[in-house]
Design a protein around this ligand. Structure first.
Ligand code: COA
Length: 226
């Protein structure tokens, strides 16, 4: 818009405002005088929750990518574990054990230039999940499944598709290494997530005993790889 046209538009607006002021249909107020419509406590709470949800969704929709992990990522893995697994902590040496034994099965989630999650996985023996905080030392010769030791995302990175995105990647690795199945111990309320990823519950009394270190809600799950 040229300066002359812009000047004319501003002039018309000013004239219109003075016209409304003369008719007492418009009142100029300062920011302090501006009346905010009355809102109930519940209304305010609903707005607050809504705004928070929108913010979380926008943050989660930032582009994410999974990259290969290595031993120097131990610091981030340890920090994330502290937030995600408050009651199921493992020692740093145990986390380092996974990163060293099976780097091809370990990935870090990058979101907006920062690390917001990890997945640790390795070959293992079907129906014999390691107990919590157990050092493996080596991959057994009898390994016959690709075991997902842990998939953990910081709260702000969840429901973004990132968790669901890395599972097919692990399945491809497992297949290419010659494994016919994947297995894991599901904790918290993650069973639904794993079922969507093709895993099924494989529990019996003996398995419940083996999972005791993971808490009462732990479930052993397997997925056959075609
Ligand atoms: C579980 C977890 C890895 C899922 O990752 P995510 O990126 O949030 O999941 P996605 O966005 O890929 O979700 C894929 C689908 O699973 C569903 N889903 C996600 N988390 C779920 C959960 N805890 N329970 C049930 N369904 C879930 C989503 O609604 C989504 O369904 P949709 O595609 O129809 O919308 C992540 O929420 C997390 O780190 N949670 C805390 C730690 C944890 O529980 N880890 C698993 C330990 S075994």
């Amino acid at each position: 818009m040229s300066a002359r046209v812009a000047g004319k538009v501003r002039g018309r607006k000013t004239a219109m405002i003075f016209g409304l002021l003369r008719q007492r249909r418009f009142r100029l107020v300062t920011a302090d005088q501006r009346q905010v419509p009355e809102q109930s406590e519940t209304h305010r709470e609903i707005r607050c929750v809504f705004q928070f949800e929108v913010l979380m969704t926008m943050m989660a929709r930032q582009t994410f990518s999974w990259r290969e992990a290595s031993l120097p990522d131990l610091v981030s893995v340890s920090e994330i574990q502290l937030v995600v697994h408050e009651a199921l902590q493992e020692d740093d040496v145990v986390l380092a054990d996974r990163l060293e034994l099976s780097p091809e099965g370990c990935f870090m989630l990058e979101v907006g230039g920062g690390v917001q999650g990890y997945v640790l996985s390795h070959p293992w023996i079907r129906r014999a999940p390691p107990t919590l905080n157990m050092m493996l030392g080596e991959i057994p010769d009898a390994a016959d499944t690709w075991y997902i030791h842990d998939l953990a995302l910081l709260p702000q990175a969840r429901r973004s598709g990132a968790g669901g995105n890395v599972v097919p990647l692990l399945a491809d690795i497992a297949r290419s290494e010659g494994y016919g199945s994947m297995s894991l111990v599901s904790v918290y309320d993650s069973r639904g997530f794993w079922e969507r990823q093709g895993f099924s519950v494989r529990m019996d009394e003996r398995m419940a005993v083996k999972l005791a270190s993971y808490g009462d809600e732990a479930i052993y799950m397997e997925r056959t790889l075609a």
